[in-house]
Design a protein around this ligand. Structure first.
Ligand SMILES: NC(=O)c1ccc[n+]([C@@H]2O[C@H](COP(=O)([O-])OP(=O)(O)OC[C@H]3O[C@@H](n4cnc5c(N)ncnc54)[C@H](O)[C@@H]3O)[C@@H](O)[C@H]2O)c1
Length: 313
């Protein structure tokens, strides 16, 4: 099969592209290397460098026949969406519209999008289903919800559109240099690099963590499933992990770590966790627990960051 996976120089896109290439598919990616790294690109990928909302970049795929477009690229920080809302709009929403237009024009019949649990905001009931009314708290979340709505409309042109509302994705390969996105990676990177964790916001906030391999398997499930229309799925573990749990876990695994709490960031959610029955009913089961994932990530993080630090010396 022939797939477009945007953002393959990043954490999730890289893992998805690697999986598809390993299974014998042809994969093209568009990545502007804003948070991704060229070194992350899996071998054998067809790489187009640039913004996935720019006409000049999209021209390069005008004649491709993709079996599916898996749109993963985007800036993924609520904090950054307040610092630069216009860029957030282009990278997270205009990109989706442009790629849907490409799908329509080229006859691509499947569009999978990494939306986010951020769309829910602080819901009235902490355990959210796909029917919970979304009330975004950040510009980032507004853009994700708008993207979903573009997909809903484009699905009426015969494109099967699937929005995966990812909860907190974590695991090996996560960007340990980006201290504005990814709770587990932000705390772990600080612990390994400086021995001191600065936590923006309170200890009683909580998240629902889903391991990267389980996200790849969710995407794979939809690549193998025919269907039509527009569908939304939570990709979550249905488990609350408090900020204090993450800090305790890291402090128990690494020696002499200290931490402090400072003011939170705009638009940060206090906590929700996701009911994933809709996805489980299709046969998806998350396989990696928070503890198992963190233990893998700590081993990997120490090795990666120590190698980086040695290279800089
Ligand atoms: N990581 C999470 O917990 C999480 C949760 C929910 C949703 N998501 C979504 O998943 C996607 C991937 O997140 P990630 O954690 O892999 O982030 P990441 O920063 O590691 O990867 C994003 C990739 O997209 C590229 N990129 C960004 N804007 C681009 C643009 N306009 N054109 C081309 N390339 C661009 C970056 O260079 C990077 O390689 C994002 O859309 C994010 O909103 C992530």
């Amino acid at each position: 099969m022939n797939y477009l996976v945007t953002g393959a120089a990043g954490f999730i896109g890289g893992a998805v592209a690697k999986w598809l290439l390993a299974n014998g598919h042809r994969v093209t990616t568009i990545d502007n290397l804003s948070t991704g790294k060229k070194d992350n690109l899996p071998e054998g990928i067809n790489f187009i460098e640039g913004n996935d909302y720019d006409a000049i970049v999209l021209e390069k795929i005008q004649n491709e026949q993709f079996d599916a477009i898996i749109h993963i690229a985007g800036q993924s920080s609520g904090e950054v969406s307040f610092e630069d809302p216009e860029y957030d709009l282009k990278t997270n929403t205009l990109s989706t519209l442009q790629l849907l237009k490409i799908a329509h024009k080229t006859g691509c019949r499947k569009f999978i999008y990494t939306s986010s649990m951020a769309v829910y905001g602080d819901a009235e009931f902490e355990l959210v289903t796909e029917d919970t009314v979304p009330i975004p708290k950040s510009f980032y979340a507004v853009g994700k919800l708008a993207s979903e709505n573009y997909m809903r409309i484009f699905s009426s042109y015969g494109i099967q559109c699937i929005a995966l509302r990812l909860f907190n994705v974590f695991g090996m390969g996560q960007n340990m240099d980006n201290l504005k996105q990814g709770m587990a990676s932000i705390y772990l990177a600080q612990a390994i690099k400086t021995g001191h964790i600065v936590i923006k916001g309170s200890s009683d906030r909580f998240r629902d963590f889903v391991y990267i391999d389980d996200v790849v398997s969710a995407i794979d499930l939809f690549l193998n499933r025919t269907g039509e229309g527009f569908e939304i799925y939570n990709v979550s573990n249905e488990r609350k992990i408090y900020v204090s749990d993450i800090i305790n876990y890291i402090e128990n695994c690494l020696p002499n770590i200290t931490h402090e709490y400072v003011e939170g960031t705009p638009g940060d959610q206090h906590g929700i966790y996701g009911n994933s029955n809709r996805l489980r009913e299709l046969g998806w089961t998350p396989c990696v627990t928070f503890e198992e994932g963190m233990s893998r990530m700590i081993v990997w993080g120490k090795k990666t960051l120590n190698a980086d630090m040695q290279a800089k010396e």
